[in-house]
Design a protein around this ligand. Structure first.
Ligand code: MRU
Length: 359
């Protein structure tokens, strides 16, 4: 997608092939800058500190991180240690493990001298695949939006949470892919963007990318969704996923569960858009089996924003030393989800439907 008219992906190899470059998401929306990552430690740090974030992009960065690690040492021990280090960077999104398993499976049978090059090529291919998967999610989700437009004859109001946009992926986004396609094809859409405290991925990132693409949108506080739904101002909710269990429970950014409850109470369709790389076939019960990342409470007690003089500053919101907790994700049970928008097609949030779609 474009930033100031120039097409970008969120991650790409530098022209000399010595490193990768990523968009530094900790600086958005106030500053657009890229960051070079040339070794394993920097790849791990970029994932941990959320320079890169969003399930698919975390996976893509980890794939390149493994390739960079193998340039320094590529024997079995080095491969295993880089794999473990990257896997531990963030616990909830399964795309991280999926990408690492993929690259490891490609390189493990090779002689150590061949591994770095093969891993680099595979990481690049995974990025291309991510773009294609998300584009396909867009095609699959578009008819849902078109149907509402035809039925109601006015712009379709879609609520989304966190950033499941192109910044969370390599391109297109998951929840946003149908929205971008609808907009590009002349279907009028308007997006309610949950600000998504504590890190404000909605206010900072989703609003940034929708604005850059010209998609009409309104940022709302996280607690506004129920009110908007009660008054018929939301036609459809689409969120992304960090991990989907085999029976259709979904881990996503903290607060997504509350939107699903409000959507069900108000009969607003609630869809989860995700590629097959977000499905963890090894688990069933999301509540019992998905590890929820606990992040630094300082993300709750403090906030970053632009001052009136244009400078960017971090300020404290709470009384000094106030206790704060920061669970970064929650689990929406399958029964609250009307359907999945996947790269293979639409699917009910049920074990047998998911299994049939991906058989
Ligand atoms: O903590 P983050 O910013 O990595 O969380 C991201 C989300 O929760 C996204 O909505 C999710 O990864 C879906 S991404 C297409």
């Amino acid at each position: 997608m474009k930033v100031d008219g120039r097409a970008y992906r969120t991650i790409w190899p530098t022209p000399d092939g010595a490193a990768i470059e990523v968009i530094d998401q900790t600086l958005l929306p106030h500053r657009f800058a890229t960051r070079r990552i040339e070794n394993l430690d920097r790849a791990i740090a970029a994932i941990k500190t959320m320079v890169v974030r969003g399930a698919p992009l975390i996976g893509a960065t980890a794939a390149y991180g493994l390739a960079l690690a193998l340039r320094s040492a590529a024997d079995d021990d080095a491969l295993e240690s880089a794999y473990r280090g990257l896997l531990a960077a963030r616990p909830t999104a399964v795309n991280l493990r999926c990408a690492l398993d993929d690259v490891r499976a490609v390189v493990a049978p090779l002689a150590p001298t061949k591994r770095a090059e093969a891993a680099w090529a595979r990481a690049g291919a995974l990025c291309d695949e991510d773009v294609a998967l998300n584009r396909r999610i867009g095609e699959v989700g578009l008819p849902l939006i078109e149907a509402i437009w035809r039925e109601r004859g006015r712009p379709v109001n879609i609520l989304t949470h966190c950033n499941a946009g192109w910044l969370a992926c390599v391109d297109w986004g998951t929840a946003t892919a149908p929205i971008y396609l609808a907009h590009d094809r002349g279907v009028p859409v308007h997006v309610y963007v949950d600000e998504t405290r504590p890190r404000n991925q909605g206010a900072a990132l989703t609003a940034f990318e929708l604005g850059q693409h010209g998609v009409p949108h309104t940022v709302v506080v996280d607690s506004a969704g129920g009110h908007l739904m009660q008054r018929g101002r939301v036609d459809l909710t689409i969120v992304g996923a960090d991990r989907i269990t085999a029976r259709g429970d979904v881990a996503n950014k903290i607060g997504a569960y509350l939107k699903a409850l409000a959507a069900r109470a108000n009969r607003v369709p609630f869809y989860v858009a995700a590629p097959h790389t977000s499905i963890d076939w090894t688990i069933l019960d999301g509540l019992a089996e998905i590890e929820i990342e606990e992040r630094d409470p300082a993300e709750v007690t403090h906030i970053v924003g632009r001052l009136e003089d244009g400078g960017v500053a971090r300020v404290e919101l709470t009384p000094p030393r106030a206790a704060a907790a920061n669970p970064a994700f929650d689990v929406t049970p399958a029964e609250l989800i009307d359907g999945f928008i996947t790269d293979r097609g639409l699917c009910a949030a049920r074990e047998q439907n998911l299994a049939a779609l991906f058989a």
